[in-house]
Design a protein around this ligand. Sequence first.
Ligand code: AMP
Length: 282
Amino acid sequence: MKICSTVEELEAALNPFRINKRLIGFVPTMGALHHGHLSLITKAKQENDLVVCSIFVNPTQFNNAADLEKYPRTLGEDERMLKEVECDVLFVPSVDEIYLNGNYSVLNVDFGVLDKGMEGKSRPGHFAGMITVVNKLFMIVKPNSAYFGKKDFQQLALVKYFVQTQHIPVSIRECPIVREADGLAMSSRNRLLSPEERKHALLISKTLFRVKEMRGKKTVSEIKSYVESAFANDGLLKLDYFEIVNAETLVSMEKLEGNAATIVACIAAFAGNVRLIDNETI
Ligand code: AMP
């Protein structure tokens, strides 16, 4: 695996492939890799001639300085895992390499209603920072395809919208959520959980699976009451939001009965000061 830390090094590594019209697949990450990330690399390997993974903890998408500070960084272990799945190129730029001359300006994209709820509401500025770095990385890597997990369901919807409306020639490939054996969605933040918090965090996926069983049997408000009381009874976890949304428009659903649309239930919750998100198509 070739490791590049500058745009110049990356250009030198990728140019021969570009000239020969080989397909480049790209997996942007913030590191602290787990099997969820590796599933994206594996899919990219299947569909491309060369796979580039980036590890960059993007400061502009953190709306909380303490969260950025404590975000797990495990580069040595990440490199080992990437070699194991035969990733071809790892791009690990410094903050200065991405935000040249200390210019931290972010894109101001009109996402319509897509970014108004859920993560957009709870984490002001998060999506402006996210789309800025995704755009920069797309300009630098110039991939044919880029791989994103449904774990970050709203992020994926925004990236798809951005690429489509800005005519960016990158095919966005969606990958299913990879879970631990007990159901907890894999996340870099899981390693910040204490053993006690880890046990309680299971309530997130358990609740989503229970909600799935309730579709067609309960109203949206009954489901919401169920979820709120499940979290209130937990004592350790704090529910940030629970939403049932249309998968395409991300608009909150008032009614589920007779609706054939794809519907996604989404939860964000705090375990101590670790914020976790998960979702499930219901
Ligand atoms: P992150 O490093 O958290 O920014 O995530 C990088 C990419 O991996 C994003 O596209 C995420 O949606 C994806 N990802 C993170 N966790 C999972 C998971 N458990 N299953 C599938 N994809 C994931």
